[in-house]
Design a protein around this ligand. Structure first.
Ligand code: ADE
Length: 241
């Protein structure tokens, strides 16, 4: 997969050189390019924004500057992502869908956002465009959201995560539940014991305990996820809880 990210703060995306995403890049599973939006300006001051039509606070990013930047990057196989708090909520399902794409282009806005004609223009030209929010809060720009999108998508690419089973069992995986609590050595720490069942070596009981923990935790912390569960995915013991 190739990912292009456009921002007025390319340095903000330096963490993409680290950890799992960094490794995926060096091993050739992921090709990431970061571009400075100001390279697409033509004036002496490298202006990227202007005052909003209709008045109001803040500045809006100019569509002509974004047009130059994006025309140079978008092709038939591209999916344009515009992080914005007024987009649809980015979820694990969104990450899964994006992980199947060949080319993502992420346009990081700042200030009050990017002139709305940019999304409209590329949609009209037949490019897939998604305006996505990473949650109901407001950041100063799209860069942190872009880091979130890239990490969530990159770890789903085949070969990026060492053991694919860890993708199946984790929170927001297919089961629709939060993950069960995890423990490691030492068995006793700070007066707290790791649950006996996990040391029992009894695979069936461990599985049942983990599933119960996942159900209880989800019911307590995220009742919305329990309400959304597909009943067909529940076993008889689940229904007895
Ligand atoms: N830009 C500013 N806030 C954002 C959010 N919550 N999600 C995505 N992009 C943003």
């Amino acid at each position: 997969m190739r990912i292009d990210i456009v921002s007025i703060f390319p340095e903000y995306l330096a963490p993409l050189e680290l950890s799992l995403v960094g490794k995926a890049r060096t091993s050739g599973l992921l090709d990431v390019h970061v571009h400075d939006l100001r390279d697409s300006t033509t004036d002496r001051h490298h202006t990227v924004d202007d005052t909003p039509f209709g008045g109001g606070a803040g500045m809006v990013m100019r569509p002509d500057v974004w047009g130059v930047a994006l025309d140079g990057l978008l092709g038939e196989a591209s999916h344009l992502l515009i992080p914005t708090p007024s987009g649809t909520t980015f979820t694990q399902r969104t990450a899964e869908a994006l992980a199947t794409q060949e080319h993502l282009v992420i346009a990081c806005g700042r200030y009050e956002g990017i002139d709305a004609r940019v999304a409209e223009h590329y949609r009209e030209r037949g490019i897939r465009v998604s305006e996505v929010s990473i949650g109901d809060y407001v950041l100063n720009g799209g860069e942190v959201a872009a880091l979130v999108l890239v990490e969530a998508v990159a770890r789903l690419l085949p070969g990026v995560v060492g053991n694919p089973q860890s993708l199946v069992e984790e929170s927001h995986g297919l089961a629709g539940l939060l993950e069960y609590p995890v423990y490691t050595k030492p068995p006793s720490w700070a007066g707290l014991e790791a649950p006996d069942v996990l040391l029992s070596g009894h695979h069936g009981r461990v599985e049942r305990w983990r599933r119960d923990q996942a159900l209880t935790r989800t019911a307590e912390l995220r009742p919305d996820l329990i309400a959304a569960l597909d009943v067909a995915m529940l076993d008889r013991a689940d229904l007895a809880r």
